[in-house]
Design a protein around this ligand. Structure first.
Ligand code: NAD
Length: 368
């Protein structure tokens, strides 16, 4: 850990004030210069399992720092204060966090709560004048997502969605290759996203808090992946739902959905989203002149993959460390990731989720 931090601290910083393209592989072009630029001071809202993972990963960031917490559980707040040196003045609960507007020591709030709370909480953060980083899915439908985009625009703050794969080195390399034409014209994408979910009482299986089942949680990786692997936006979807356990997966909580997407070029995608099968974290894309397979493709890593040119060898770095440093660069230097992570990107995925649910319910081919 220490040596990686030292390594990261030696990386070059681009201080050019014009839009640049973030390239995580450039992180490995180490120089002797230490980072002396601005630090993104982040408060995490929701100290659950993923919030904890982000906090740990941020310990290795050089451009972003955990400085505050928002939680409904005082014992967790105390534990985080002790562990991460969070000062008491930067600790809030769900009732009083609007007061963060009077706190000049916090730049951004990272919303890592159940999906059904993201919209209202993100809008409150925006109204408090802080940048919003919000976990995926950004909301429970596109209408909510758009409200978040509008609120952040009105408040003149950034809205970024926790799309950590957009900073992951092997994923970034595949997107670079596709953009450079190294695969030729993409023709077909297959995305398999799923795992067997446990505890039936968890919020992920509660429609009000989750907005849906596997699709909201894990299927969204195949939707987003299809878009960045093929480099196009879908124009239609079809979908079929299967439910084997209607007690565990109640009305509005999808257990398994297979879905297909069609793209303007004629490329197609075929995907599986499920809470009922393991070993499903695989992307495959074939194109006129080549192919790529990634398995695992979106887990916490290391990501593994190969193309028609051979194995992908980019190193593994904790995704959330790269993401938070990348988001700090985006906010301070307007360095854009290879695929956007902004609210508009989130809304694009939510529109597709809405259409997939509609297609699964009606059996119709839904135009986008
Ligand atoms: P979790 O259950 O572990 O944590 C959720 C947190 O929200 C808890 O601290 C809980 O106390 C708090 N909370 C606040 N109000 C709540 C309420 N009314 N009901 C239940 N909990 C409430 O969940 P998680 O796995 O940390 O997921 C949180 C978010 O992060 C979700 O949107 C999820 O999709 C996202 N996530 C993203 C990734 C990723 O790789 N990007 C991975 C896991 C989770």
């Amino acid at each position: 850990m220490g040596s990686r931090r030292n390594f990261l601290e030696k990386l070059t910083v681009s201080a050019i004030g014009i839009p640049l393209l973030y390239n995580s592989t450039s992180l490995f072009a180490a120089t002797e210069s230490a980072y002396e630029g601005p630090m993104l001071r982040v408060a995490i809202m929701g100290l659950g399992s993923y919030g904890t993972r982000v906090a740990e990963a941020m310990q290795s960031c050089k451009r972003a720092k955990l400085v505050g917490v928002i939680s409904g559980t005082p014992s967790k707040v105390e534990a985080w204060q002790a562990k991460y040196g969070v000062p008491k003045k930067n600790c809030y609960n769900y009732e009083n966090f609007d007061k963060i507007k009077d706190n000049p020591d916090i730049d951004a709030v990272y919303v890592i709560t159940p999906n059904g709370l993201h919209c209202e909480q993100s809008i409150r953060v925006a109204k408090a004048g802080k940048h919003v980083i919000c976990e995926k899915p950004m909301a429970i439908n596109a209408e909510e997502g758009q409200k978040m985009v509008d609120a952040c625009k009105a408040a003149n703050v950034k809205l970024l969605i926790g799309y950590r794969m957009h900073f992951e080195p092997k994923t970034v390399e595949v997107i670079r290759m596709r953009k450079a034409g190294e695969f030729g014209k993409p023709k077909f994408f297959q995305g398999l996203s799923g795992f067997v979910i446990g505890d039936p009482s968890q919020w992920r299986l509660n429609k009000k808090l989750s907005g849906g089942g596997a699709m909201m949680d894990i299927g969204i990786y195949s939707i987003n992946g299809a878009r960045y692997m093929l480099g196009e936006e879908p124009i239609w979807v079809t979908a079929q739902e299967t439910k084997t356990d209607p007690v565990k997966f109640k009305e509005g909580i999808d257990e398994t959905i297979q879905f297909q997407m069609g793209f303007p070029s004629g490329a197609v995608a075929s995907c599986l989203s499920t809470y009922a099968m393991n070993n499903l974290d695989r992307f495959f894309m074939t194109a006129e002149d080549g192919y790529v397979e990634m398995w695992p493709s979106t887990g916490y890593g290391p990501i593994e993959g190969s193309t028609h040119k051979g194995k992908l060898t980019q190193p593994h770095i904790t995704h959330q460390t790269l993401q938070m440093d990348g988001m700090a660069q985006l906010i301070f230097e307007n360095v854009q990731p290879i695929v956007p992570v902004d609210g508009e990107e989130g809304v694009k995925d939510m529109k597709i989720v809405d259409a997939i649910f509609k297609a699964a319910k009606t059996g119709d081919k839904i135009a986008l």
